[in-house]
Design a protein around this ligand. Structure first.
Ligand code: HAM
Length: 421
């Protein structure tokens, strides 16, 4: 019978890879909590409308990448393609604005986009997502990017660049959009069909178009950053000032538009040239009108998401996983009676919170020692007929290469006293 495979673009994380994931997740949680973020867990599936209204009908994500299906009552549901919309929905739904301490939230989990899979681009991928609600100070924008810098530093990742831009507010954008549309209209014959079609609904997307001919056209296009209104310009200046004080280097990229429609003012991306066709490891920005547009209070918002697969691919290229010390106890047994006693001992140790491993089938002592070594056990406790009779076990310290006899009924206490799990 043919074996069933995983869905294309949806990956298993095998045990050899899992320590990288745990390392990244642990580092992220600890830093986010240092900065006052609270964990907010959101569902995998939401009503399609939530994403259509927030990310935007004419974005690639909503137009062609969402996993959408009707439920049994014919309501349209979607596997979340990102977290921001759900985080905002949850904030509104649970009236969290009433709690002045609840302003910053984070979430780690899988997202789903039906893109063409390739290195660094998957259909199920994972994000570290962080959002701040109700704050419009440019200090928040800078603090978020500073936190990102610290995060990458703690992981030991270098060689990535922080790019920032301002997309202005709806007022300054409205005027600019008209200029850009006129510009595109005059060069219609040089645009790809997608950009030609989108010039009415989403002209800014042309800055992101991968078609060479559009790239050439857009090099001469008017820039939004040149026409943002004075309050937006000042906000952006202050963000850059704070970034400088926080010694967080960045490059202003006036062509960076981001692929989601909710952004206003500050937007940013962490980019690399070491992931083939994919360059963004993370991205984010302000979305000051989103909460109101989703039926909530008129509170500003800002946040970011990092793609964990891309981050781990980069980390594996340049740093080694921090060494974990040899840990845990391996119970090696010789003979059926000893196996029965060893089995009980193993459960006892686990009950006391000691990491313990033992084989269910009897093997030679040599093969058990090999396994203990491969597993990275700190101690091996050897139990045979003689040990059962004397009530003592052989205690082998794998790191120090020493051996001694220890009373069987004191093993847990001795392990505790030695301060090793
Ligand atoms: P985004 O730029 O669409 O932003 O995604 C953020 C990151 O998720 C990307 O930089 C990338 O690392 C990763 N990513 C996206 N698509 C894929 C994929 N198909 N395969 C692997 N990794 C992927 C957002 O999602 C916004 N919600 C970020 C945000 C939060 N803005 C404000 N708050």
């Amino acid at each position: 019978m043919e074996a069933i495979q995983a869905i294309k673009g949806m990956n298993d994380v095998l045990p050899a890879q899992a320590p990288w994931w745990r390392h990244v997740e642990r580092t992220a949680r600890s830093l986010l909590e240092d900065f006052g973020y609270l964990e907010l867990r959101i569902p995998v599936v939401e009503y399609t409308d939530l994403f259509a209204r927030s990310i935007g009908e004419s974005t690639d994500i909503v137009e062609k990448e969402m996993y959408t299906f009707p439920d049994r009552k014919d309501r349209l549901l979607t596997l979340r393609p990102e977290a921001t919309a759900s985080m905002v929905r949850a904030f509104i739904q649970h009236n969290l604005q009433g709690d002045p301490l609840a302003r910053k939230f984070y979430f780690l989990g899988p997202m789903f986009r039906h893109e063409r899979p390739q290195k660094g681009r998957y259909r199920q991928f994972h994000q570290i997502d962080a959002e701040v609600f109700g704050e419009d100070s440019p200090r928040v924008d800078a603090e978020i990017m500073y936190m990102l810098r610290l995060f990458l530093e703690r992981l030991g990742l270098s060689g990535v660049v922080l790019r920032i831009n301002s997309l202005g507010c709806p007022q300054c954008r409205r005027l600019y959009r008209r200029d850009l549309q006129e510009f595109l209209e005059a060069r219609l014959d040089r645009l790809c069909p997608d950009c030609a079609r989108r010039r009415h609904t989403n002209p800014l997307r042309s800055f992101d178009c991968k078609a060479e001919r559009c790239g050439e056209v857009m090099r001469e296009a008017p820039l939004l950053l040149d026409s943002v209104c004075p309050p937006c310009a000042e906000h952006f200046q202050r963000v850059q000032g704070h970034l400088k004080e926080l010694e967080t280097p960045c490059e202003v990229d006036p062509c960076m538009v981001r692929g989601l429609d909710y952004y206003v003012r500050t937007t940013f991306e962490i980019v690399t040239d070491r992931l083939g066709a994919q360059d963004a490891v993370g991205g984010g920005g302000r979305y000051d009108g989103l909460m109101r547009d989703l039926g909530g209070p008129d509170l500003p918002g800002i946040g970011f998401a990092i793609g964990m697969e891309r981050l781990i691919l980069l980390l594996q290229q340049e740093s080694a996983l921090p060494e974990t010390e040899a840990d845990g106890v391996y119970v090696a047994v010789l003979g059926e009676k000893a196996a029965d006693r060893g089995f009980l001992l193993a459960q006892q140790l686990r009950k006391s919170g000691i990491r313990t491993r033992m084989d269910y089938e009897s093997r030679s002592l040599k093969s058990q020692m090999r396994r203990a070594d491969k597993w990275g056990a700190r101690y091996v406790l050897i139990l045979g007929e003689n040990e059962l009779a004397s009530g003592e076990i052989q205690w082998r310290d794998m790191a120090r290469k020493t051996q001694e006899m220890v009373k069987l009924d004191t093993v847990t206490e001795v392990l505790r006293a030695r301060g090793r799990r």
